[in-house]
Design a protein around this ligand. Structure first.
Ligand SMILES: Nc1nc2c(c(=O)[nH]1)N[C@H]1C(S)=C(S)[C@@H](COP(=O)(O)O)O[C@H]1N2
Ligand SMILES: [Mo]
Length: 227
């Protein structure tokens, strides 16, 4: 895409990408345990199948950490919506602010409990841009050239944010600041760091990991790692 960061594929951690593609081919980390329905599993235990809890917060990405000062951050929202918008930092801060505590589940098997996020809710964004009836999927594109896709219903969940703060502090550059997406009900690769574009479409458009063997939805409770 013309607006992707230039040369990203030349700079990314090729080894990490190859290892994770291999996991997808081999189905690594799959427990093969009984698959309970989402709510049933959630009531039984907090840790999704095949995950382990960590207390630190690992940094996981392609190795390119774009430097986007808050004052220069700009996010375009377009596609199948009634009101395309471009938000800069002040536009984001003028929106009603939303705070939520949620768990992170990364497909590389770590989970981190109780992350406090502040930002603007996904629902607030939806109410501003008004998706058209034929909008079914959302594609996120980031300043590092990364992309990922989710169904519009998932983005409309009550716990989704465009987050600018974590534990009361601005999100660091390593973790996707100034603004990242947070979608707690899916594996963390669906939560785009350094978000730049939010695009509404009528058909599913697989992103960076989805074209490399990772699941199109990625529900940790159903262990949708690959596929
Ligand atoms: N823009 C961008 N977003 C991204 C990624 C990336 O490489 N680039 N990696 C994804 C993956 S695989 C994970 S596990 C999480 C990691 O977020 P963290 O580094 O804050 O833990 O970010 C996701 N969002
Ligand atoms: Mo990940």
């Amino acid at each position: 895409m013309a607006d992707d960061a230039p040369g990203t594929t030349g700079q990314i951690k090729q080894k990490l990408v190859e290892t994770k593609e291999k996991w997808a081919r081999e189905g690594r980390l799959l427990t093969g345990g009984p698959s309970l329905g989402g709510t049933e599993m959630r009531q039984r235990r907090r840790l999704p199948p095949g995950q382990r809890e960590v207390k630190n917060w690992p940094v996981l990405d392609l190795g390119v950490h774009p430097n986007v000062p808050a004052k220069e951050w700009e996010m375009k929202v377009g596609g199948l919506i009634e009101r395309p918008v471009t938000w800069r930092w002040d536009d984001l801060m003028r929106q009603p602010q939303f705070s939520h505590v949620s768990d992170i589940h990364c497909v590389t098997a770590w989970s981190r409990y109780d992350n406090r996020w502040d930002g603007v809710s996904g629902r607030q964004l939806l109410s501003v841009v008004e998706p058209k009836p034929n909008a079914k999927f959302i594609v996120f594109k980031s300043y590092d050239g990364y992309s990922t896709n989710v169904p519009i219903e998932t983005f409309a969940d009550e716990d989704v944010l465009l987050a600018h703060s974590w534990e009361g502090q601005p999100i660091s550059r390593d973790h996707g600041g100034p603004v990242r997406v947070v979608i707690p009900k899916l594996y963390f690769w669906k939560s785009a760091k350094w978000v730049r574009h939010i695009w509404f479409t009528d058909r599913d458009a697989p992103g960076f990991w989805e074209v490399r063997g990772y699941h199109s939805l990625g529900d940790p409770w159903k262990e949708q790692r690959y596929g």
